[in-house]
Design a protein around this ligand. Structure first.
Ligand SMILES: [Zn+2]
Length: 469
């Protein structure tokens, strides 16, 4: 027994010291983390036009200095993507970690601090890209540097990708990489943007991890009638037919359909919500029930994002028709923003819209749109997701909610290739949104302490998944 106890103690000590040797000294790394974060924020990569080249050069220099092989891939010379790779022993397929280097445009007049100054003030860092997506770019960079410096043995390659063009010109970014250089980024799993930790009143409530997203489509309604003199109203008036059609589509509630992600999301959200909210989140899980319909009605009025998560959604967003007050136009057109559930059959859905419109003078058809490929859910029983859940508990003492994004991200291109992609992000105050801080808002900021916590979290999810076992 004594001998066994001795061996157990020795083994525990060995495990402890090896964990020590492969755990970064984070407090010593905060200065460096902040230096890279501010440097990345100070490049104006507003997209359009993007101009991600200086960011790519910066990253390449940092990787070169550390002896990490890195390469630029550019469809347009000014807009390169950067790939860096740390080799594993090949026992498992690679892990891809992503940040995008472009940002959305700014109106500098709306900013208290200049948008590309990366000003530190009162514990915050201010600047375009602080939460979209130079936070992920910084975290993934720091993870790469530390894996290399600590010579962490890996069971799988860890691939870093800095993407250009995420904000509306995926042609030069993810599409280019998937279509022309997929070999460089092919992986079993990926961690990218799209998730985040929600704080309410300064306390962490939950982590939302993006495991699925809806697919954007555009549907056009074109009404045709007979042109004529406005003094003689016609029953065939295209504007009348079109507006009736738009009214029908706007009032229509496509069927509710839950999937593994949204079902788990509402169940887990119920577990951490106040009783009245919790009841609604549970009710919505009961198919075709009166209580489900009531919960849906409540969401449509008060929590529209939840209503959109339940179904394929339609929002009529553009109307065109008519040009003079005294002329009955022969044509009028409406454009609908349609966000399909990932398992929706587009052709069948279009047919249903036709039935809802039910007017032979209104043509219902798909219009051109920068859409995304169909994709399955990232699995919730995968090692990558379990590692995320464990580390959300470890770093944030909070539950993990898998989420289906109503918007579209670059992960769709990778999921369509069979990669299991999970969207992660740092903690943000829910109160910051209405104040006008947040991704794509008039201003953007992140708490310094939450940047550092996110880097530690990101290290753990990568190390736990890739480290040699
Ligand atoms: Zn983004």
């Amino acid at each position: 027994m004594r001998r066994l106890a001795y061996i157990a103690a020795a083994l525990a000590w060995a495990a402890f010291t090896s964990a020590q040797a492969t755990t970064p000294d984070w407090s010593a790394l905060e200065e460096e983390t902040m230096r890279h974060y501010q440097a990345l924020l100070r490049f104006d990569t507003s997209d359009p036009p993007g101009k991600e080249l200086p960011v790519a050069d910066y990253l390449k220099q940092v990787f070169d200095k550390e002896g990490i092989p890195a390469q630029l891939f550019a469809l347009e010379p000014n807009r390169p993507n950067v790939v860096a790779r740390l080799k594993g022993n090949g026992r498992q397929r690679p892990l891809l970690i992503i940040g995008h280097s472009d940002v959305v445009n700014v109106d500098p007049a709306k900013w208290k601090f200049p948008p590309f100054s990366a000003t530190r003030d009162g514990g915050w860092v201010y600047g375009r890209g602080t939460v979209d997506d130079k936070d992920n770019l910084t975290a993934t960079l720091m993870v790469m540097l530390e894996l290399k410096r600590l010579k962490v043995p890996l069971d799988r390659d860890v691939i870093f990708l800095s993407e250009a063009g995420e904000e509306g010109s995926t042609r030069v970014g993810i599409q280019f990489m998937v279509e022309q250089h997929y070999r460089e980024i092919a992986a079993e799993y990926c961690y990218a943007e799209g998730g985040g930790v929600t704080r309410v009143g300064g306390r962490v409530k939950y982590a939302g991890i993006a495991t699925l997203e809806k697919i954007p489509f555009a549907i056009e309604l074109t009404a045709k009638g007979i042109a004529g003199h406005g003094s003689v109203p016609l029953r065939t008036n295209a504007i009348v037919h079109l507006s009736t059609a738009v009214g029908k589509v706007g009032a229509w509630k496509p069927d509710i359909r839950l999937n593994e992600t949204t079902g788990t999301y509402f169940r887990r959200l119920a577990a951490i919500s106040a009783p009245a909210d919790a009841e609604r989140y549970r009710n919505v899980l009961v198919p075709n029930s009166r209580t489900q319909a009531d919960a849906d009605e409540y969401f449509l009025d008060n929590e529209p994002a939840h209503a959109s998560m339940l179904r394929t959604s339609i929002s009529p967003n553009i109307l065109t028709g008519g040009y003079r007050v005294n002329v009955i136009p022969s044509e009028a057109k409406a454009t609908l923003d349609v966000r399909m559930l990932p398992d929706e059959d587009p052709a069948a859905f279009l047919e249903t819209v036709r039935k809802v419109v039910n007017d032979a003078s209104v043509d219902v058809h798909f219009a051109a749109r920068d859409t995304r490929p169909r994709q399955p859910d990232a699995r919730l029983d995968s090692e990558a997701f379990k590692v995320i859940e464990a580390n959300v508990t470890k770093h944030y003492s909070a539950p993990t909610l898998p989420t289906m994004l109503t918007g579209a991200t670059d992960m769709a291109y990778l999921r369509a290739k069979g990669m299991q992609c999970y969207g992660v992000g740092p903690a943000m105050d829910v109160e910051d949104g209405p104040k006008g801080f947040g991704a794509h808002s008039d201003q953007e900021r992140l708490l310094e302490s939450e940047l550092f916590r996110f880097v530690r979290f990101h290290w753990d999810i990568v190390a736990d998944l890739a480290r040699a076992k």
